[in-house]
Design a protein. Structure first.
Length: 234
């Protein structure tokens, strides 16, 4: 059995916050794979299901972010889940918006939710870091993470990244470096395949034009970094 934990703060006040990216990720995974409805257990909200024949549970701790280890420790103890089979999804200000990185163990980078889980389970759980970007000033970090994702962020990267979690998660469940790499690749790929056009029938093809074709100048797409710059100017 594998335990997927989403970090966040409970309650409608925080529901759309950047700090709740972990909540959003595990909800998307459970929805994509038809898990059971949430039920209250282990001081949190639990859902159960299977992914590619593997038994999986998701947990959104009902404690605040900094005390997530209480719920994770209780669930792991009840189901006898070793720390190696726990995957924690969380926001990461030191990653560019939309970037997703996976690692096992390592430093806690000042993340109090990870520190709490470490205190109960030790450091060797898997972490899925969801980039939300940095506001640029240390004193602005709290308001940044406890602020809602903007409409521009949702449209530029966030909704698509969260949506891809559900389709990419089977790779990660191997719980090894190869699976982690495939999961990250699955998140990074475009959300929709380009629609293939059927080749035109030769007899219906338009006559070639004698006028030379002119190229339209390529328009630069806005990146998540441009969005962050715009947000900082507001």
């Amino acid at each position: 059995m594998i335990l997927l934990v989403g970090l966040g703060n409970p309650g409608s006040k925080y529901a759309r916050n950047r700090h709740n990216a972990g909540f959003h990720a595990v909800e998307a995974i459970a929805d994509a794979h038809g898990f059971t409805p949430e039920r209250k257990k282990f001081r949190g909200l639990l859902r159960e299901g299977t992914i590619k024949g593997q038994k999986v549970i998701t947990l959104r701790p009902g404690t605040f972010y900094n005390e997530a280890g209480n719920a994770v420790g209780a669930a792991a103890k009840f189901y006898k889940i070793p720390v190696d089979d726990i995957v924690v999804f969380h926001d990461e200000i030191d990653l560019a918006p939309g970037k997703v990185r996976v690692k096992k163990g390592g430093g806690l980078a000042g993340n109090n939710g990870l520190k709490s889980i470490n205190a109960h389970m030790g450091p060797d759980f898997w972490r899925v870091r969801i980039g939300i970007g940095h506001p640029g000033r240390k004193e602005a970090v709290t308001n940044w993470v406890l602020g809602d994702f903007s409409k521009a962020e949702h449209e530029a990267y966030y909704d698509e990244v969260i949506d891809r979690m559900g389709s990419a998660i089977p790779a990660l469940l191997s719980l090894d470096d190869t699976g982690a790499g495939r999961f990250m690749s699955g998140i990074a790929q475009p959300g929709a395949a380009a629609t293939e056009k059927k080749p035109a029938d030769k007899k219906d093809a338009p006559a070639p034009s004698s006028a030379p074709a002119t190229k339209e100048p390529a328009q630069k797409k806005s990146s998540p970094f441009d969005i962050l710059k715009a947000l900082k100017k507001d």
